[in-house]
Write a protein that binds this ligand. Structure first.
Ligand code: GDP
Length: 296
């Protein structure tokens, strides 16, 4: 892990080997490497700046441990700080008990992987013994209803849709009301996305939130988009107070800096990550693994 960074740090910190304390001046070159590594991992600039300030404060004054060389020590400190910032681990879905219907609302920009993630979450819930119902409330994208029905068939999970209905709030409301009758205990609302955030989209989502009173609201965001993921997370969180994030497309070569940035600017936990197009490619988020990936 972190071999490149470790090598770079080893040469930058050669003079420190063996003794003394870490100070800001003798760590300068090493900290520059850490900063570069974070920026390369697509962590947003503002977040990197704050992070570097904190990690410097933590590291300065630390004794150089006999058992480690200074580069290992700095990497260890940086790694631990990243874990602290992306944690604590929180995978809970806040599902209600038997006989009650839990509503989970999914939101996100178009193309973020929202509809696919609804299917993945449905599959995970079914495996855990729940009875999910997928609700096609993305009426912006004509193919979205069909896409959800295809997913439902593949997973053998019922899908609620009202073709011809223009108002997604009504669709969600009707679905929640009929959930019990349809034998479901967990309703997953696949709401509309847009290419960009706009007031109409946010207004619509706020109305669904008010009417259906979801137990949890999850933002699906594309882990490959870096700063865009941060901007959309901020906007969705302001309008809706999201409870968790599902970060998709982390099977690619994205280093995952968006996970740190999104957690930092919203304070909302990353619950799951999407690691592929297949419906089983949903994993619980682990800050330690992501910290390793960010450091490269
Ligand atoms: P929506 O517009 O947000 O509902 O997005 P979709 O669910 O239709 O997904 C958009 C594209 O991203 C599709 O081609 C999906 O197969 C793909 N996708 C979704 N999640 C992931 C993921 O975790 N990894 C990869 N590689 N592709 C994904």
């Amino acid at each position: 892990m972190f071999e490149n960074l470790q090598d770079g740090l080893s040469s930058a910190l050669k003079s420190l080997s063996g003794k003394g304390k870490l100070s800001e001046s003798n760590m300068r070159d090493g900290l520059k490497l850490v900063e570069r590594s974070l920026l390369e991992a697509d962590v947003s600039y503002e977040v990197v700046r704050t992070f570097m300030k904190n990690v410097t404060e933590v590291a300065v004054g630390e004794k150089v441990l006999k058992s480690l060389n200074p580069s290992q020590q700095i990497v260890g400190t940086v790694h631990q700080e990243l874990i602290n910032l992306m944690g604590p681990v929180d995978h809970s879905l806040h599902l209600k008990g038997p006989g009650e219907v839990t509503v989970l609302m999914m939101c996100g920009l178009q193309g973020s992987g929202k509809t696919t993630s609804c299917g993945k979450l449905g599959r995970m819930l079914k495996q855990r013994g729940r009875k999910p119902l997928l609700v096609a409330a993305d009426l912006q994208r004509p193919a979205a209803i069909d896409q959800l029905h295809v997913l439902g068939e593949q997973l053998d999970i019922p899908v609620y849709s009202e073709r011809g209905e223009q108002d997604p709030v009504k669709v969600c409301n009707n679905a929640v009301k009929q959930a019990k009758k349809l034998g479901a205990d967990t309703v997953i609302l696949d709401t509309a996305g847009r290419l960009h955030i706009d007031d109409e989209l946010m207004g619509q989502l706020e109305r669904i939130d008010k009417q259906c009173n979801p137990e949890q609201i999850y933002l699906v965001c594309d882990g490959m988009t870096g700063q865009d993921a941060v901007n959309s997370a901020q906007a969705f969180n302001q309008a809706l107070e999201i409870d968790g994030v599902i970060m998709t497309k982390l099977d690619g070569d994205a280093r995952g800096g968006a996970a740190l940035s999104v957690k930092q600017v919203t304070g909302v936990p990353i619950k799951f990550i999407g690691t592929g197009e297949h419906l089983d490619a949903l994993e619980e988020f682990h800050p330690d693994r992501m910290a390793g990936r960010i450091l490269g």
